[in-house]
Design a protein around this ligand. Structure first.
Ligand code: CTP
Length: 406
């Protein structure tokens, strides 16, 4: 993945212990395809050396406004003019106060002030002690920075270098990377509220056994992430999977098909888009035993009887049609063969405007997939790619169809 290919980011470090995370962040940005120009304040130099940052960014680091390397001696102008964004990470309380007042007594603050405000966004990742973060002065500064057009990231919570515990830590490098990718993403679903189901369901036979399937939930989680990147408000109803929640996504964990149906029913009235990727068990044991079923010595397996689970997607789609299309429903079809014919049949059977077919055994648990989109207009193939790439393409396809609808 090269989610930041072609982006040039000026990474500004100010004085704070979180400078050690900036090294990892720099590396992550470069790995994602960005070019990174590091600028450090004098205080940042107390926490990490320019040598480290130069090695990671593969460019000499700037720290002085009097740097003679620039022929016109205007590093603050030259560096900001070529940037797609200036990212201050870590941003100390003092530096934020400085930005707010338009002070410019070092290269980094001078560069922020001199940037073309409409073309070079300023991204700020605060990092400080919890008392400093909670101080009304800091909170006032954050609000004013946002009002002035800066994009201030959230802070993390937990143990702090000072030994205290609370809010104010800088986000972790991977979290910041995700936020930067989100920042640059096209907001094709802005204003939409997307509900996604993902993963398998688990149907209990007794307290220690059950039936489930091989769905890993990765495709659904990728779609939740891509929808959030595209500006949607996203709720993810997840069956039992071991996947981290995509940043900015609200997650509800469920176990059985009926739990999933209950969660979906409670959420769907707020949604404008419903994407059902979950591999819902079609049947569940008619009566789950309250105690573990023991072998009785007869050599006979217990006779299990099954009843059909509710079809969550079909039910939601039916409700959506009744409300004349205020909710756009997308179904998935996990097939083992005859993908096109089965997907077309499922499109009609589920009564949804868009059905996404994939070959279940070839994708369950994998990091990549290939999709076949089927709707009334015909078919669109999304060739094999990583699940996040496919999720982004699918989100774009959904946004295009929503655009046509309105
Ligand atoms: N689905 C659902 N509730 C169910 C079964 C399926 O919401 N009880 C949804 C899935 O999330 C998916 C679509 O319906 O979006 C199709 O799921 P799939 O398992 O491929 O199809 P089934 O309806 O179960 O049909 P079959 O197993 O016969 O292929």
């Amino acid at each position: 993945m090269n989610d930041l290919a072609g982006k040039h980011i000026v990474l500004g470090l100010t004085g704070g212990i979180a400078c050690y995370k900036a090294a990892e962040l720099c590396r992550a940005l470069v790995k994602e395809g960005a070019t990174v120009q590091v600028v450090m304040t004098e205080a940042a130099g107390q926490f990490i050396t320019p040598v480290t940052m130069q090695a990671l960014s593969n460019r000499p680091v700037y720290h002085s406004q009097w740097d003679p390397r620039e022929t016109n001696n205007m590093a603050h102008i030259n560096l900001s003019r070529e940037a797609d964004a200036i990212l201050i990470a870590p941003a100390s309380a003092d530096f934020m106060a400085k930005l707010l007042h338009g002070r410019a007594d070092d290269l980094l603050s001078l560069m922020c002030l001199a940037r073309p405000i409409d073309q070079v966004p300023l991204l700020v990742a605060p990092a400080m002690n919890r008392e400093m973060w909670a101080n009304p002065a800091t909170q006032r500064n954050v609000a004013q920075l946002q009002a002035d057009g800066a994009h201030v990231f959230a802070v993390g919570s937990g143990d702090q270098a000072c030994g205290e515990t609370g809010d104010g830590r800088m986000l972790e490098p991977q979290e910041l990377l995700e936020e930067v990718i989100v920042f640059f993403a096209r907001k094709s679903l802005r204003g939409q509220r997307v509900l996604v189901t993902a993963g398998p369901t688990y149907e209990a036979i007794d307290p220690v056994r059950g039936i489930t399937n091989l769905s890993s939930g990765k495709m659904g989680f990728a779609i939740a992430r891509a929808a959030r990147e595209a500006g949607a408000d996203v709720t993810l109803v997840a069956g039992p999977v071991h996947l981290p929640t995509p940043r900015g996504v609200r997650r509800l964990d469920v176990r059985s098909a009926r739990d999933m149906q209950q969660a979906v029913d409670a959420e769907v009235m707020n949604a404008t888009v419903f994407v059902a990727t979950a591999a819902v068990a079609d049947w569940r044991p008619a009566n789950a035993a309250e105690q573990k079923i023991k072998k009785d010595g007869s050599g006979q397996a217990p006779a299990l009887t099954f009843v059909e689970n509710p079809d969550i997607l079909a039910g939601v789609a039916q409700g959506a049609r009744a409300k004349s299309g205020a909710l756009y429903c997308v179904g998935f079809a996990a097939e083992s063969h005859d993908l096109l014919a089965n997907a077309q049949a499922k499109l009609a059977r589920k009564g949804v405007p868009l059905l996404v077919g994939n070959i279940g055994p070839a994708t369950f648990g994998q990091d990549d997939n290939a999709l076949l989109l089927v709707d009334a207009q015909g078919t669109t193939e999304l060739p094999r790619a990583s699940k996040i790439d496919l999720a982004r393409q699918l989100v774009a396809e959904i946004a295009r169809r929503l655009g046509k609808k309105t």
